[in-house]
Write a protein that binds this ligand. Structure first.
Ligand code: AMP
Length: 191
């Protein structure tokens, strides 16, 4: 079995308004490749998705893209990935991405990224997995989401533990440190 770690990145199919988002996406792709990890993502060549993948590829990293067939033209499937898996449905896409990763990183994005984030968070809450979930809070982009999670907990609709499943980092160097730490903790506990 391969010991290479795979990082699933959920992020926008658009670039957003602030240049910091693109910078963070590029740095994330780079650091994944630098560490010898594999990027798993939605296979698009547009927005922050394209930035992450291009950076990982340019830095010599391995990449796995997963996309439903009906989005191949709309999200411009990147053709030069290490591996491209085409699925029938959105659900299948999320499942394949999830099954092929050791950690999840959520960069700024829209409804699709939020859907993906909540799916892995709620699965974690239900005890269906123990994969770490990192929110890259670039320029405070995810503060309203974190406030919403706190509100949900404060109003008694979720346990405090839900918040503890989300590891917030503010930039790519901090993400690198947090991922390394998590993987070394995991290696130590499985020895
Ligand atoms: P967005 O964050 O909205 O730019 O979308 C990021 C990625 O999530 C894109 O590849 C979308 O195809 C995908 N996406 C959009 N809606 C959903 C959904 N309901 N479930 C899973 N992925 C989605």
């Amino acid at each position: 079995m391969s010991s290479t770690k795979s990082i699933c990145v959920f992020c926008g199919a658009r670039s957003g308004l602030r240049p910091e988002y693109t910078t963070a996406a590029t740095e994330t792709g780079q650091l994944i490749a630098d560490e010898g990890w594999r990027l798993v993502y939605g296979a698009g060549d547009i927005g922050l998705m394209g930035d992450v993948a291009r950076a990982a590829k340019t830095a010599g990293g391995d990449t796995l893209g997963v996309m439903p067939m009906h989005l191949v033209n709309r999200e411009i499937a990147k053709r030069d990935l290490g591996q491209l898996i085409l699925t029938e449905t959105m659900h299948e896409r999320k499942k394949v991405m999830f099954m092929n990763c050791d950690a999840i990183v959520v960069l700024p994005g829209g409804g699709g990224s939020l859907d993906e984030f909540f799916e892995v968070l709620t699965w974690r809450q239900l005890g269906l997995h123990a994969k770490p979930i990192f929110l890259l809070d670039v320029a405070g982009y995810w503060q309203p989401l974190l406030a919403l999670l706190d509100h949900v907990i404060a109003q008694g609709f979720a346990d405090e533990t839900m918040r503890s499943y989300v590891e917030v980092v503010t930039d790519a160097p901090a993400l690198r440190v947090a991922l390394r730490k998590d993987f070394s903790r995991h290696n130590a506990s499985s020895e």
